[in-house]
Design a protein around this ligand. Structure first.
Ligand SMILES: *[C@@H]1O[C@H](CO)[C@@H](O)[C@H](O)[C@H]1NC(C)=O
Ligand SMILES: *[C@@H]1O[C@H](CO)[C@@H](O)[C@H](O)[C@H]1NC(C)=O
Ligand SMILES: *[C@@H]1O[C@H](CO)[C@@H](O)[C@H](O)[C@H]1NC(C)=O
Ligand SMILES: *[C@@H]1O[C@H](CO)[C@@H](O)[C@H](O)[C@H]1NC(C)=O
Ligand SMILES: *[C@@H]1O[C@H](CO)[C@@H](O)[C@H](O)[C@H]1NC(C)=O
Ligand SMILES: *[C@@H]1O[C@H](CO)[C@@H](O)[C@H](O)[C@H]1NC(C)=O
Ligand SMILES: *[C@@H]1O[C@H](CO)[C@@H](O)[C@H](O)[C@H]1NC(C)=O
Length: 484
């Protein structure tokens, strides 16, 4: 604590000290040179700045995540919004001996070794006034070459003038959704099952002012300070082959624009109005059209919110069921078992982006799924005869009350929630206990165990036949895809 100075000499000293302290906080590091080393400061609760851009609007440093972890980030200073994160999937510990050095490479290490590095041999690190972190070399003739830049490795956000090319990937913070470029479109993809990417939104270039020319290289995206997301081909730049306008299109705004792929799978645009971020673009405007608006096994009812595919389950803020994983092809006997939910009047989202097979009857459609262990469910249209197969854990369906649409959904026994898991744990416990008893008491012990086990199996079958309720839902991975 500083005590109020009483004599005048002391007051002068105090004033000098205050001025000096103010000056210190105003001096911002604008370049990092070889020999730099920084460690996380335990007293900082959110962001430890290591480098600023010339305007002071952006800062690069340590961002605290999950209370005890550390990621490298570039933030927008007034809002503390992370625009770039270097090591989202591999955070370090916010404690010693974690450190960041610059020896030509920016290198983040902790006690297990190198966590993240630019793998360069540069002279300095700067943060541009567009938020681009760069490792640069000053060449002999005074020109600057860029050896590495954060704009080439985007996280979930693109800012004004940042080029997004086919070899980059923009992924939502929960890792479920990504933005990708095709030859004449950009698409949003869901990763509901490892190794399987399902497109759920596709925006094809209009080519109104310039055409995409075959053989002239891939297209890329760029957010324009004029308020649109432009698609270009190198030969067409600066005339875009497509523009997706924001609400702020053509309106000068005080700050930057950014787009971000959100944890709910939407692609959202914002601009900074000097005080807060204003949302001015959404790829998907209808909540029910989000890839998993009500979570796994949810039913989105346009205009009235969420319910569950299973009539016997009440929708709660934590959803209807835990997401399943993998498929039904494992041969361990437990994973293969499933129960079935049937629901009519349901519609698959983005079904125009999914494959289908024409079938003569609902039964034929269901049977094709029942027999195929990679199939999680089907939606059959009785009017058209189209049978859509869902090859990943069931997400949200949209209710459309059309009696010609039928849904058939498998529920994996292993998705019944943690109650089930506890039971399996208990079962293992019983087996271990059984083995011990067997060793100690011999055959009579075995008999006792067998009796216990039979009781156990009966209880389990009863649960297995009964498809609901799926109420055991606290998992973090699920919460992150809840509708907000
Ligand atoms: C910093 O941001 C403010 C708006 O938030 C803007 O007015 C100013 O021009 C920015 N400075 C630079 C150098 O970009
Ligand atoms: C910088 O340090 C890292 C980690 O200690 C090391 O692997 C790398 O070779 C060094 N790079 C240079 C250019 O010295
Ligand atoms: C950003 O820096 C460039 C030069 O690197 C300069 O031309 C431009 O005016 C700067 N922009 C702002 C907003 O300060
Ligand atoms: C984006 O691409 C255009 C066209 O190739 C180029 O002129 C521009 O400098 C690039 N912007 C950045 C930030 O690299
Ligand atoms: C739920 O209710 C609908 C109509 O009310 C019915 O057609 C459907 O079979 C029921 N589904 C289940 C799983 O009970
Ligand atoms: C099972 O479903 C997958 C995906 O729909 C399909 O590729 C495969 O051919 C099906 N297998 C059989 C035996 O029908
Ligand atoms: C399909 O629709 C027809 C005519 O609307 C109806 O008669 C038939 O029962 C429906 N099929 C099924 C499986 O419900």
């Amino acid at each position: 604590m500083l005590h109020k100075p009483t004599d005048s000499r002391c007051r002068v000293l105090f004033t000098i000290f205050t001025l000096y302290a103010n000056l210190l906080t105003r001096v911002r590091t604008q370049e990092i040179l070889k020999g730099f080393k920084a460690s996380p400061d335990s007293s900082i609760s959110l962001f430890q700045s290591l480098l600023h851009d010339a305007s002071g609007n952006y800062s690069f440093g340590f961002l605290r995540v999950n209370a005890t972890r550390l990621v490298l980030a570039v933030i927008h200073v007034p809002s503390e919004e992370p625009l770039w994160v270097g090591n989202p999937n591999n955070p370090a510990k916010w404690s010693n001996p974690t450190n960041l050095i610059f020896n030509g490479s920016l290198v983040l290490s902790d006690k297990s070794g190198v966590i993240w590095s630019t793998y360069t041999n540069g002279g300095r690190v700067i943060l541009s006034n567009t938020s681009n972190l760069q490792v640069q070399n000053m060449d002999a003739d005074g020109s600057v070459s860029i050896l590495w830049q954060s704009f080439s490795f985007p996280y979930d956000t693109l800012v004004d003038n940042q080029n997004y090319t086919t070899n980059m990937s923009l992924v939502s913070s929960n890792g479920l959704y990504s933005l990708k470029l095709g030859n004449n479109f950009f698409g949003l993809y869901a990763n509901f099952k490892e190794g399987l990417e399902q497109i759920y939104y596709k925006h094809t270039a209009l080519e109104a002012k310039a055409s995409i020319i075959d053989g002239q290289g891939p297209v890329y995206l760029r957010v324009s300070p004029d308020g649109f997301l432009g698609m270009y081909q190198a030969s067409s730049d600066p005339t875009p082959v497509d523009i997706e306008t924001f609400k702020s299109y053509g309106v000068p705004v005080p700050g930057i624009h950014r787009i971000r792929i959100e944890p709910d799978g939407n692609l959202q645009g914002y601009y900074w109005n000097g005080t807060v971020w204003i949302s001015d673009y959404q790829a998907i405007s209808d909540q029910c059209e989000l890839p998993s608006a009500c979570g796994p096994y949810g039913l989105c009812i346009p205009g009235s919110g969420c319910a569950c595919l299973n009539n016997n389950t009440q929708f709660t803020p934590s959803g209807c069921s835990e997401p399943g994983s993998g498929d039904f092809c494992r041969n361990d006997g437990v994973e293969n078992k499933f129960s079935v939910i049937r629901q009519n009047g349901v519609e698959l989202l983005y079904k125009e982006l999914m494959g289908y097979v024409k079938m003569n009857s609902l039964e034929a459609c269901e049977t094709s799924c029942d027999k195929n262990c990679t199939c999680w469910g089907v939606v059959y249209n009785n009017a058209s005869g189209f049978c859509y197969s869902i090859d990943y854990p069931i997400q949200t369906m949209v209710s459309n009350r059309e009696e010609t649409k039928y849904g058939y959904f498998k529920v994996s026994k292993s998705t019944n929630g943690s109650g089930k898991k506890v039971e399996s744990g208990l079962e293992i416990g019983l087996v271990l206990l059984g083995a011990t008893l067997l060793a100690i008491f011999g055959f009579s012990g075995y008999q006792i165990w067998r009796r216990k086990r039979r009781v156990k199996t009966l209880v389990e079958d009863e649960n297995g036949v009964n498809p609901g309720p799926y109420k055991n839902l606290g998992s973090a991975s699920f919460r992150s895809i809840e509708m907000t």
